[in-house]
Write a protein that binds this ligand. Structure first.
Ligand code: PGA
Length: 241
């Protein structure tokens, strides 16, 4: 819920102006606040190098669900990715594993790729059951899907203690969880499926630490919050991959 409409348009313009500085072999996705999707869609529709993502969706296709946004509506705007289960949605809106699973299912049905977030709170990290905690979030919401469907889901590991705090997980801490996630997908499905799943890191990722994080074997990219509000740092992070 950052930036008003004019500020968001200015940021988008600035990003578009830097097109030549983005690496060609990195997938760039921009996920603006819901009210701006339509305007962003108009600008991005002819820009093959950047894709449009949403931050949230409801699990029904249509109907009387005032204030919600459906996958069909997102699809009609050219949205190709949607964040699901960000820790703020889990905490502020009580979105549990069942709701998140329904949201993922609804997106897949319409060919929108979910970016499924997982991650532990500080007290869970300190209690030493953080590995089991994160794996259970994935098992509970995602393991009902087929191998083909799982490959379309992007997973974002976002330790809650690192989101917006300026405190990043070290590259080793992040890699430990990413590897666990990939191994668990391999044991549930198969190795090939696990290797097809993109696992992003999120949580105070910035132009200074992105290179080290992205150099880890199982870190396939980043979900960038604060550092994406400024075009220069977003470009630098994309180039760090
Ligand atoms: P941050 O946000 O990069 O500002 O920590 C990440 C997020 O909200 O997912």
């Amino acid at each position: 819920m950052n930036l008003d409409y004019n500020e968001a348009k200015t940021l988008l313009k600035s990003l578009m102006g830097q097109k030549d500085k983005f690496p060609e072999d990195v997938t760039i996705i921009i996920c603006p606040s819901t009210p701006y999707l339509s305007a962003f869609s108009e600008v991005l529709k002819d820009q093959g190098w950047v894709q449009l993502g949403a931050q949230n969706n409801y699990f029904e296709d249509s109907g009387a669900h005032t204030g919600e946004v459906s996958p069909t509506q997102l699809k009609s705007l050219g949205v190709s990715f949607c964040i699901v289960g960000h820790s703020e949605r889990r905490n502020d809106f009580n979105e549990d594993y069942g709701i998140l699973s329904k949201k993922v299912k609804a997106l897949l049905k319409h060919g929108i790729r979910p970016v499924f977030c997982c991650g532990e709170q500080l007290q869970v990290r300190d209690s030493n059951v953080y590995k089991e905690f994160v794996i259970k979030q994935i098992e509970d919401s995602l393991f009902k899907f087929s191998a083909e469907e799982i490959q379309k889901i992007v997973i974002a590991y976002e330790p809650i203690w690192a989101i917006g705090t300026g405190k990043t997980a070290s590259a080793e801490e992040a890699q430990e969880i990413h590897q666990l996630i990939r191994n668990r997908i391999a044991s549930q499905y198969d190795e090939n499926t696990a290797n097809q799943v993109s696992i992003l890191y999120g949580g105070s990722c910035n132009s200074d630490n992105a290179g080290e994080l992205f150099s880890q074997k199982d870190i396939d990219g980043g979900l960038i919050g604060g550092a994406s509000l400024e075009a220069e740092s977003f470009v630098a992070i994309a180039n760090a991959y």
